[in-house]
Design a binder for this molecule. Structure first.
Ligand code: ADP
Ligand code: MG
Length: 470
């Protein structure tokens, strides 16, 4: 059994959906369970509808609803010939229009968009796209069965960033899918969304459909978790920044985790966690070129040599430096500092310390003024804003201090505000000015991938135009 997850660009229109049905149809022997994201742009549109409603701009909200549902209608009318099926889908779209309208009405009266209500909006994206994909598959003769995540993807109550309760997901999902799979049916369900035990829709964080696929794969003991997207696999850098990155043929779970944690959008970082637990490989494939070999992510082998695999970057970083007031001893100070960061859900992407001060790199989108306000009681707080993290990820980097030298040489005159090396085997990170990060990524990529690369690890990646255009 395999899990196949298709992202928003793989389902964005009628042609893309037809393509998904074909790719799945060619892999029936592996008994696929299919996980679908919202069509490209839908999640943002739903967020906008909620925001407009909370500002009491109901007409504008209605307009966005019509546009969004219109895109789905076009797909139905283009692809669905069977009258019964087409009628059902139109009825679903009508229901969605009514339910979204009701939500907008409620939010505009209360003038407040809570995380729970936002999740109610978000859920429409995946519910609709997955129904369409299931219908398109049926239209092409596949025995597809639509599954609602409400029946199995049980999560905690942290709206917008819920986490699945694995034991419950596993029992429920196994109960539902076992008879389907043994009947040769293809289950089609939603990424990103879950349900609380009291029956409220949740979501698991933006871009988390990859994680959904891994959770489903782990729950079902899948042989493979396949992430189908719009690039050939994990590349040696973001193709929107570096003109022709190489494709990495294989990474370890740790490397893929660090790469996504440090900003590579191609996989959601959480994806690796269920896969590691059950030791299930993850493959990343290009839905526009399904014949290409993709990238394999598997458990690590103790590599002998140091290999640089990819360069990641992350905007919106802030370096917060704290110096304790004299009355604190250092241990108490650190404990307080981390307690406050934990309270605000602010996990440092990098930590640097000197004898009497500590610097933590935080996501600027966190509530920095509240964090700083609370920290002020501890001592002096400085903020360096508009920074970015650049990370070099690979195998055994820790063993190879030369990487740091080459990294510094490559960034040249670009100011480096902090460095982290050695805490993990697989990365070295530097903090630089935000407006220089793209340039720095290109220079560092040139340094490590420009001429001499390790044979066997990489393939050059012919990029589809779409990935560069976005
Ligand atoms: P999906 O909608 O399929 O989930 P995403 O947009 O989330 O697709 O992820 C794929 C995109 O990630 C690519 O189009 C590419 O622009 C971007 N990306 C950033 N860094 C990398 C990288 N190192 N390797 C591959 N893709 C990357
Ligand atoms: Mg994604």
């Amino acid at each position: 059994m395999i899990v196949m997850k298709f992202g928003g660009t793989s389902t964005q229109d009628a042609a893309a959906m037809t393509n998904v049905a074909r790719i799945v149809g060619e892999r029936l022997a592996s008994r696929p369970v299919v996980v679908i994201s919202a069509i490209a742009g839908a999640t943002n549109a739903l967020e906008k509808i909620g925001a407009l409603a909370s500002q009491q701009k109901r007409n504008e909200a209605d307009q966005v609803i019509r546009e969004l549902l219109g895109r789905h209608e076009t797909i139905v009318d283009t692809l669905i010939r069977n009258d019964v099926r087409r009628g059902e889908l139109h009825a679903h779209l009508k229901d969605a229009a009514r339910e979204l309208g009701d939500l907008v009405h409620g939010v505009s009266i209360l003038r407040e968009l809570t995380p729970r209500t936002l999740d109610a909006f978000y859920a429409f994206g995946e519910l609709l796209s997955s129904r369409l994909v299931a219908a398109v598959m049926q239209e092409q003769g596949l025995d597809a069965q639509w599954l609602d995540t409400a029946d199995f993807m049980v999560t905690d109550e942290q709206h917008n960033r819920a986490l699945p309760i694995m034991e419950l997901v596993e029992t429920r999902l196994r109960g539902i899918t076992a008879p389907l799979v043994s009947d040769g049916k293809v289950a089609v369900t939603q990424g990103y969304i879950g349900i609380t035990q009291s029956g409220r829709r949740t979501t698991m964080g933006r871009e988390s459909s990859d994680y959904s696929a891994a959770v489903i794969g782990a729950a079902l003991g899948a042989d493979d978790i396949q992430i189908w997207t719009d690039v050939d696999g994990i590349l040696s850098a973001d193709p929107r920044v570096v003109a022709s990155p190489l494709k990495v043929t294989e990474l370890t779970f740790d490397e893929a985790y660090e790469l996504s944690y440090f900003g590579a959008k191609v996989l959601h970082p959480n994806t690796m966690l269920p896969a590691i637990e059950k030791n299930i490989p993850i493959h990343i494939y290009n839905s526009r070129h399904p014949e290409r070999s993709g990238t394999k992510v598997v458990a690590g082998r103790p590599d002998q040599e140091a290999i640089i695999k990819s360069i990641a970057y992350k905007h919106d970083a802030v370096l917060l430096t704290a110096r304790p007031a004299k009355r604190y001893n250092q241990f108490v100070f650190w404990e307080h500092l981390f307690n406050i960061l934990t309270k605000f859900g602010a996990a440092p992407g990098m930590i640097v310390t000197s004898e009497f001060s500590i610097g933590v790199v935080l996501d600027a989108r966190k509530d920095m003024s509240s964090i700083v306000q609370e920290l002020h009681v501890l001592g002096t707080i400085d903020l360096l804003e508009k920074k970015a993290l650049l990370s070099v990820v690979g195998s055994n980097i820790k063993k190879c201090p030369e990487v740091v030298t080459r990294l510094m040489k490559a960034v040249g005159a670009i100011a480096v505000h902090a460095v982290s090396f050695g805490a993990s085997r697989s990365n070295v990170s530097i903090l630089i000015d935000d407006d220089e990060v793209e340039d720095a990524v290109r220079r560092v990529h040139e340094e490590f991938f420009g001429s001499r690369v390790q044979p066997g690890m990489f393939e050059s990646a012919p990029l589809s135009a779409g990935s560069l255009a976005r």
